[in-house]
Design a protein around this ligand. Structure first.
Ligand code: UDX
Length: 443
């Protein structure tokens, strides 16, 4: 099939690359000329395992092309995927500005039947707005071109995006058109192990499925963080409780790891957007409000522990921080708990030496210049150098090289052997036995 993907962010680029890998001819369109020029030379705007080689190979064999405008002849097709950002607006609602601008652009370009696929995470009712925007442009052009708007939310996880796209648990298609069902079946069945994984439903149902899925996962995490905080006050180790409840098949082990709060480009934004949608429909989302509130509070838990140990003024103290990205396997720092903690530590006068296996460039780019200039934040290029002469170590992201470090070496190079483990990666009993002060989440 010939496909056009608009937006080369996480979702758009992975979608385009994986469809090309499956034998389709794909044009990826992005208004950012620098990004497009880079992609043509094999320079990717994001770090994602396995993505680079797929992009480069398919660009070389001609199945994956890049351009900056829908008016480019290579962008002409009968299936258009909208995969642009939906950043949170001031009131928490998803800002549809970019999605609707793309819809209008599509309306200005299509000349024969086209399927328009909403892949961006968009509030319930967006497909109707996309349809109206396209109709409006067609009307201005004085032409009558048939088209369908479909909701096809994306469930890929950062750090495993290619894997998730190539072998999805399920693909959700919201449409009431038989023609669309057939086209989507042709497109997605090669990715499916079994046919039932392709699920058809109404357009609004599909839009809601994405939000409900992310909100459910966020709820599991916030629930577990709440239990962890309670465990800590009651002399209970939440890690035993996690394993105890995870073994109940109705609960399951996934997404019940307590920590320093969830981050990333999806959960925080999508929970807020769902809360907004509920309020716009005169419904008080008590549970979602609590999920969000717990997460906001959870991002401060480590700092509270640090000030309980060292006092409110941290001037003269140096902290070694392992992990900056919001989770392992990505250089993404959007809504990362590490950023909240850095603001608090540096605000209290501390110095921080930080290391992350892949997010160093992102950190240089995204964190305030003043922190580097004043010397309060230093990025080091090796994990142990972050801990040299440190008054405490903080683990923020559970990257593999951080999971089984050389604790003898750590104890020797640190000024005081204190560990704040924001992801419960270490064995408290073992560390305490070997002379460390250990503080985890909920234990
Ligand atoms: C998420 C959804 O999983 C994915 O389906 C959707 O398409 C986009 O949002 P992603 O943001 O890439 O994916 O990350 P995910 O692995 O889900 O983790 C999100 C956050 O939750 C991270 O900050 C992670 O550290 C945290 N988390 C996850 C926990 O604190 N505990 C857990 O048990 C699981």
């Amino acid at each position: 099939m010939k496909l056009t993907i608009i937006g080369t962010g996480y979702v758009g680029l992975v979608t385009g690359a994986c469809f090309a890998e499956m034998g389709n001819t794909v044009a990826c369109v992005d208004i950012d000329k620098k990004k497009v020029d880079g992609l043509k030379q094999g320079i990717l705007p994001i770090y994602e395992p396995g993505l680079e080689s797929i992009v480069i190979n398919n660009h070389k064999n001609g199945r994956l092309q890049f351009c900056t405008s829908l008016s480019d002849p290579i962008a002409e097709s009968s299936v258009y995927f909208i995969a642009v950002g939906t950043p949170p607006g001031e009131d928490g609602s998803a800002d549809l500005r970019y999605v609707l601008a793309v819809a209008r652009d599509i309306g200005r370009h299509i000349n024969s039947y086209a399927i328009i696929v909403d892949k961006s995470t968009v509030p319930v009712g967006t497909a109707d707005k996309v349809r109206t925007a396209i109709l409006h442009e067609l009307h201005l052009r004085g032409v009558d071109v048939p088209f369908d708007v479909v909701s096809n939310p994306e469930f890929l996880k950062e750090g495993a995006a290619v894997e998730d796209f190539m072998r999805p648990d399920r693909v959700i298609i919201g449409t009431d058109s038989e023609q669309v069902r057939k086209a989507m079946r042709d497109l997605y069945l090669p990715f499916m192990r079994t046919h039932e994984r392709l699920q058809f439903m109404g357009v609004r149902d599909a839009e809601m499925t994405k939000y409900a899925g992310n909100a459910m996962l966020a709820t599991k995490i916030s629930f577990m963080n709440e239990i962890a905080n309670l465990c800590e006050r009651m002399g209970v180790d939440v890690e035993n409780v996690r394993q105890g409840i995870g073994s109940d098949s109705r609960i399951g082990y996934s997404f019940i790891y307590p920590g320093a709060g969830y981050g990333g480009s999806c959960f925080p934004k999508d929970v807020k957007a769902l809360i907004r949608m509920a309020k716009d429909h005169d419904f008080e989302p008590r549970l979602l409000d609590a999920v969000e509130a717990r997460n906001e509070a959870q991002k401060h838990v480590l700092f509270e522990k640090i000030t309980r140990r060292f006092g409110a003024r941290l001037k003269g103290l140096t902290f070694g921080l392992w992990g900056l990205s919001f989770k392992p396997g990505t250089d993404d720092m959007r809504e990362a708990s590490s950023v909240v903690l850095l603001h608090e530590l540096i605000g209290a006068g501390a110095r921080v030496k930080a290391y992350d296996p892949v997010a160093m460039a992102a950190a240089k780019h995204e964190l305030p210049d003043g922190w580097f200039k004043s010397g309060q934040l230093k990025l080091v290029d090796e994990q142990y150098s972050a801990l040299e002469d440190a008054d405490a170590m903080i683990l923020m992201t559970e990257w593999k090289p951080f999971r089984h470090p050389d604790f003898d070496r750590i104890r020797k190079i640190m000024k005081i052997p204190v560990i704040f483990d924001g992801r419960n990666q270490y064995d408290p009993a073992l560390l305490r036995k070997t002379g460390f002060e250990y503080s985890g989440i909920g234990r």
